[in-house]
Design a protein around this ligand. Structure first.
Ligand SMILES: Cc1ncc(COP(=O)(O)O)c(C=O)c1O
Length: 470
């Protein structure tokens, strides 16, 4: 592919990401037929696509500006909720991301466990473009086919009988909270006070909206916004004896648990713990909710993380990877739970749109193939073993843990200097826990060579922790 100039010959969906200088990947309906990029400057000129002038749209995302300028502009116009890493990313392909200066990064973050198929997967792009051309949004006032097709697939591939779509993980958990309360009211019509309380666990993360926030253990997230939803009790993750005392008939509406905790530090439940939760919830008439927003949909090498344990919930919440980068959430429920929900009990304007659901069908169809899941398991094992070999002996490494391609490296010091050093060397990784866990959640399509490269950069970057801990 030529460096500085590429041509669009077809009217539909031309990917020009191969160009070494061109870091702006464009899949579009070409009308102007020629895109020119000034070598070195990486500025798009002269093409109109889907009614947008490419030069304008690239300019608006910072192409042609320096990272520094973009970061300074961000400080002036955005509410300061994010302490961002200093990278202005403008394009991606597979497991590679490119910044505004054209630097290449290996992505071990997947947009926080979202881009399971990597960036710009061809089938995903086709699903989005085809559907955008056909119908994007109609609201839930009407029926739409991709929504029903996606729900059919989710039901066919899980414990669930029915699905409710949302736009994010936190909204999926909000819906699960409402469904659990409504279920208790519906199944105990004569109770003076139906069960309304919830149990959640240390290090858990369920979201940032008021109900999901109330279920999130980190006090620092909750306290500035109190009062949050009352009636939540936190107990140590995995502690059967302590939990047993808290799950009570007529009081506990539901128990929320991540089979593998992501944000909290990559901690896996034991089979015994999840089995105990299942039977105790059943005895107490409480619902068991698995939050698989981060660990679900193939990340563990199992389609659902709970399949690894052979324990099944009443409700499962999903989000991050489901639509391959478009906003989505889903609440999967049994018929027993669904029968408590009536018209008007819950709803949303955007969720379940044809566009997002068609994208999600492309993702789910790929990930749910047994060969795909087996490859995630193999790569996960390979990554963990390689990390243990290369980093296991480092005095800063306390533990390397996780399942499939959700891996945590717990350190005895804050991980942020390591993140900075990795980024300098072209590797993007995340933290988790109290900032002392390096979280690796790469696209599930990553290759062994890319995993080797990631481990190599991590290994080379580790000495930065010595200089910082002195
Ligand atoms: C387990 C879990 N639940 C819920 C959420 C909230 O999802 P969202 O950020 O899409 O609202 C997250 C986000 O990190 C998560 O990891």
């Amino acid at each position: 592919m030529p460096n500085a100039m590429s041509s669009i010959q077809s009217p539909l969906q031309m990917s020009i990401s191969e160009s070494t200088n061109l870091r702006c990947r464009i899949s579009l309906e070409g009308r102007g037929n020629v895109i020119k990029f000034n070598n070195g400057v990486k500025r798009a000129t002269t093409v109109s696509c889907l009614g947008v002038h490419v030069a304008d749209s690239c300019e608006s995302v910072g192409v042609g500006k320096s990272s520094k300028e973009v970061m300074e502009a961000e400080k002036k116009v955005l509410v300061g909720t994010y302490a961002r890493m200093p990278a202005v990313l403008v394009s991606g392909k597979g497991c590679k991301l490119y910044d505004v200066e054209g630097r290449e990064y290996l992505d071990m973050t997947s947009g926080i466990a979202v881009n399971a198929l990597g960036h710009g997967d061809d089938d995903w792009v086709k699903a989005v473009v085809d559907q955008a051309n056909l119908l994007t949004h109609v609201s839930n006032v009407y029926y739409s086919i991709p929504q029903i097709e996606l729900a059919k697939r989710l039901v066919a591939s899980s414990f669930a009988d029915r699905v409710f779509f949302t736009n994010s993980g936190t909204e999926a958990n909000e819906a699960a909270i409402k469904f659990a309360r409504k279920f208790q009211r519906h199944s105990n019509p004569d109770a003076k006070e139906p069960a309304t309380e919830f149990i959640a666990f240390s290090n858990c993360f369920h979201g940032r909206t008021m109900g999901a926030l109330a279920l999130t253990s980190k006090e620092h997230y909750r306290s500035p916004f109190e009062p949050v939803m009352p009636g939540v009790t936190f107990v140590e993750y995995g502690n059967i004896e302590a939990t047993k005392k808290l799950i009570r008939r007529g009081k506990t509406a539901a128990v929320f648990v991540e089979p593998i905790q992501g944000e909290g530090g990559i901690y896996s439940a034991t089979k015994e713990f999840l089995q105990f939760l299942r039977s105790t919830c059943d005895d107490a008439g409480a619902l068991l909710v698995f939050d698989e927003v981060q660990c679900g949909l193939g990340r563990t090498g199992y389609l659902w993380a709970h399949k690894f344990y052979g324990v099944f919930p009443d409700i499962m919440t999903l989000a991050k990877p489901l639509a391959g980068g478009l906003p989505i959430g889903a609440v999967l429920v049994t018929e027993r739970v669904a029968s408590a929900i009536n018209y008007g009990d819950h709803g949303t304007t955007f969720a379940g749109s044809p566009l997002v659901c068609n994208a999600a069908i492309a993702v789910l169809d790929k990930i749910s193939k047994p060969g795909f899941l087996a490859s995630v398991s193999m790569k996960g094992q390979y990554l963990k073993e390689t990390l243990k070999q290369k980093l296991g002996g480092n005095p800063h490494v306390k533990e390397i843990r996780g399942l499939g391609l959700i891996i945590g490296i717990e350190l005895d010091v804050p991980a942020s200097p390591l993140l900075d050093a990795c980024q300098e060397s072209g590797l993007l990784v995340l933290t988790a826990g109290k900032g002392n866990v390096v979280r690796l959640v790469p696209p599930l399509i990553i290759t062994e060579q890319e995993l080797d490269h990631a481990v190599e950069i991590l290994h080379k970057s580790f000495p930065v922790l010595d200089s910082n801990s002195n």
